[in-house]
Design a protein around this ligand. Sequence first.
Ligand code: AMP
Length: 288
Amino acid sequence: MPLELLKLPSEMRRACDDARRRGESVGIVPTMGALHDGHLALVREARRRAGFVVVTVFVNPTQFGPNEDFGRYPRDLQGDMAKVAEAGAAAVFAPEASAMYPPGDETRVKVGALSVPLCGQYRPGHFEGVATVVAKLFVLAGASVAIFGRKDYQQLAIVRRLATDLLLPVEVVGHPIVREADGLAMSSRNAYLSPEERQRALALSKGLGAAASLFAAGERDAAVLRDAVSSLLVPAATSVDYVDVADPDKLTPYGDGAVGERTLLAVAARIGATRLIDNTVLGEEPPP
Ligand code: AMP
């Protein structure tokens, strides 16, 4: 079957309804496009779990702040379509912003406490934009399964919460972070990095790895774990938004003192003008 390109919300709804009528379950993979192998791993996971997989490609304006990279975010719909067809998707939904936010739009979805810490401190309104567009996509698709990357760990936690709270019958699956051979987490924003910045960006995953080694050797002191990351990250980064250890479910940062046996270690830093994030859950997954 050739890949279907859906532009209108009504076309998205119809394609998903048709799939269900044929007896196929619907899986959705929301993305902003400029797809890389991390995204494609999500598509393949969706294909394992659903008969009809739709990948959404939408650079969602409401999740960008006024000084962020909305205007220059990489866009390559033709390339994206070829990649997702290869990975097993049946359709791409790539709407115009005006179709997702109709004239007079004034509805937002806000997920409370989970949106406050970590990136919530540095990107006001970001998660409200994410939650709003994801809720719209879930309602349009009526998907039974949705795949999100653990790269955006806070986003995944927020999406799980919103699906539960809005009583949406969709299983939200978190996929492990896909990394380059040297450890850098794949990201569409890596395309912004100069070769020299690309080298410096390795400090994110290396810092997480250093803390993970300490954790594996028994270290549980929050400050020591944060310092292990910072000592590699601070010299390499242009600026560091945060290095935090936090409860992996509630996302509340541990202050000082002991961390839990499962601990989210999350970082956000700017390398040149590019803001990158990375994380690992100590005690739960192999170190980066
Ligand atoms: P984005 O296009 O950056 O909004 O990402 C779309 C989806 O792909 C989100 O669920 C991300 O968490 C996920 N994703 C992006 N990069 C990676 C990666 N390196 N590994 C796993 N998932 C990823």
